[in-house]
Design a binder for this molecule. Sequence first.
Ligand code: SF4
Length: 609
Amino acid sequence: MAFGGGYVGRVAHVDLESGRVEYDGFGEEFARDYIGGRGFGVHELFQSKPVSALSIDSMFGMFAGPITGTGVPLANRLTMVFRSPLGGAIAYANTGGYAGAALKCAGLDGVVLRGNRDIPSYLLITPSSVSLENAETLWGMVASETLHALRAKHGECRVLSIGPAGESLVNYANIVNDAGRASGVRQGAGCVLGAKRIKAIVIVSGYTQSVKVADRARFLELLRRLNTKIKNSPLLNRANGLFALYGTPLAVNPLALNGALPCLNYTRTKVEGAERLSGASMSKSILISRLTCNSCSVQCRRETAGSGQYKFRVEGPDFAQISSLGSNCGLTDLEAVGYLNYLCYELGLDPVETGNMLAAFAEATEKGYVPQDAGLLWADTKRMVELVQLIAKRQGTGALLAQGADALARHFADDLLSVAVKGITVQNADPRAEYAWALLNATENSGGAAHIWVYPELITSFYSLQGIRPVLRGHETDFDEIANAVKVKQDLVATLDSLQVCAFSSMAYDLGDYRDAFNCITGLEISTEELLRAGERIFNLERLCNLRYGIVEDEFPRKFSEQAIASGEHAGRLLPIKELLYSYYRARGWMGARPSPLKLTELGLQSGG
Ligand code: SF4
């Protein structure tokens, strides 16, 4: 169907075996129910065979949203949906930059890949075609080499590529967006493309076609309103907003002060010298410029370079990498963290999972499961660099570490080593100190990959920052209040990931803004209730996928409910996960971890999505 604007109305389906490409469209009802991006991807996965992540029949989808590429401030995301090789759960990995807008300008809302290539290939998307090209000469290249080689051949283009780690099927290999922007690409997306022998997805759009807008007058009024909100935000204002000035590493100090920073594989909540990892410290040391994404004035992304012992220039590190490769490994040398982040991006490893794996290995060494000379000591950068390189090649100890945290814990017969939820390790904050964060990670359908700045109003450590809009009024024992707040925000985030707007926008926008954006761009009329209901539908459909994959419980690492916080503000605190989950399932209208038949009927999912 032809839409008034926003949607192209075209999704490409690529059979990697034969190279055949077919196109299909979608109608108004589907657009209202699943919005775009994450919603479209989850629906496609639910329709696919429930095969294992690396099976030849597995699906990998990549979708933009209806407001991507229109010029709405911060509307620039692209979501990849697939089944994770780490824990087998549904995965949705979100990335910013320019690829989402490029895909729309190339005339597609999404691309779905199935099957495997017999030789290394890359997918080339242009406004006139989608084709598979030979990538044998690119196989083995690191991210920056792949980017340069493909740009030398195709000129200005967007490149989503895997590195040596994806090629050697490291379970947490990632996909690098141009030469960075992979903070949200966890869950082993690069491993899935590696199994399919797809080295890269290249989008040559030239931005020749612009995305249509149905109601131009309302749209321009909306742009004025949203730009004013960003300008007035104490967090997002480009010149003096805290988040803009210090980026995601702004989180370091509030979490450290509140005793909630992940340290030494979550055996501590503080590490000596944590302030050296902060956003303010980065501004004075390794920061060389601020980067941004399509249609965003905030510029929260960092570009850093090492001028001392470590030579690198790269995007990041983001707070997620700082808290995993840094504090969680006992490392407070920001330049060393920057270098490790750079290595992970070049090799195509998820830096967050890598950091948390190294932290688990250091704890295993401390516990005496590995001799010190073969293991890892806290903050031993030289050995961390060696291990990162071994992981990417799956060589020696790297072969064990490449499998993921749960496999490592099984190897040493000590499940306290793993902080993985549905196979993906929890990042950013200690769940015992932040109960809403714990519940969120326990119940997310894609496991512990949530990003803390997507949920700032649920993080009590952030309440001291100007511009945060708290929703928990300090009742840390009111589990119903926490559960309701988590449920509402999860549904909202599913909606934003489907509209494909950066979730950091919710520090300034409200639900009415997102509704107005959808309505004036697409020409459809939807209420705020319907928009949130679409998010809830998507979240429940993800849950149905997981149930089909045999993931029937929301299990949370035993470490958090059985090992109390050792010292600091929350000393002695354990996580009451059972009580929190009880309140949560009630808030969702579920029967335990399963959506009830009544809830499915209410969401129109009774007949299987
Ligand atoms: S706020 Fe940051 S991550 Fe979000 S769109 Fe802007 S620069 Fe990108």
